[in-house]
Design a protein around this ligand. Structure first.
Ligand code: HEC
Length: 134
C-alpha cells in the first residue's frame, strides 16, 4: 500500500518521540529484576546446606534436640556473619571444619542461606570477608 508522504512523515515522527520512552521502560524492566548471580548464589547456598549441613541440622533447620542445635531462630546464626564463618572455618565440638572442603564463596553462600532461611533474617556476608579470616 502506498502512503501519502505526509502520513509517512507522521509515522516517523511518532516513532522518534516514542523511542526514548520505550527505551526507558526496557531499562526499568531489566533493573527491576533481581540480579541473576544473586539468585544463583541463593540456590547454591540451599544446595550446599542440604549436601553438607542438613544431615545434622536437618533440612528444616530445627536440628535434633540435645545433639545438633537448631539453626532456625538461633542468635548465633543471625548475629554476626563473621562468627558463623568462624564456626565453619574452625569447626565446633562434633561439627567438622569446612575450611578444607569449601571455598570462601561457597561458605558465604551457605551462611547467607542459613541467615535468611526459615524464620531467620540477617545481613549478607561476602566471600572477601571470609577469605580475610583464613
Ligand atoms: C556432623 C554434624 C554436623 C554437620 C555436618 C554440621 N554441623 Fe553445625 N554443628 C554441629 C554441632 C554438634 C554443633 C554444636 C557444637 C557445640 O556447640 O559443641 C554445631 C554448631 C553449629 C553452629 C553454631 C550454632 C550455635 O548455636 O552455636 C552453626 C552456625 C552451624 N553449626 C552451622 C553449620 C553449617 C552451616 C553446616 C554446613 C556447612 C554445619 N553446621 C554442618 C554439628 C554439625
Amino acid at each position: 500500500m502506498l502512503l501519502p508522504v505526509d502520513s509517512l512523515k507522521l509515522r516517523a515522527m511518532k516513532f522518534m518521540t516514542l523511542a526514548p520512552l520505550k527505551f526507558f521502560i526496557l531499562v526499568r524492566l531489566v533493573t527491576a529484576l533481581p540480579p541473576l548471580n544473586s539468585l544463583e548464589a541463593e540456590e547454591n547456598g540451599k544446595r550446599l546446606f542440604l549436601e553438607n549441613c542438613a544431615e545434622c541440622h536437618q533440612a528444616d533447620g530445627q536440628g535434633m534436640a540435645d545433639v545438633y542445635p537448631a539453626l532456625d531462630n538461633n542468635e548465633v546464626v543471625t548475629g554476626s556473619g563473621i562468627d558463623v564463618a568462624l564456626v565453619l572455618i574452625i569447626g565446633r565440638g562434633e561439627m567438622p571444619s569446612f575450611s578444607g572442603s569449601m571455598s570462601a564463596e561457597d561458605m558465604a553462600a551457605v551462611i547467607n542461606y542459613i541467615r535468611n532461611a526459615w524464620s531467620n533474617s540477617g545481613e549478607l556476608i561476602f566471600a572477601e570477608a571470609i577469605e580475610s579470616l583464613q
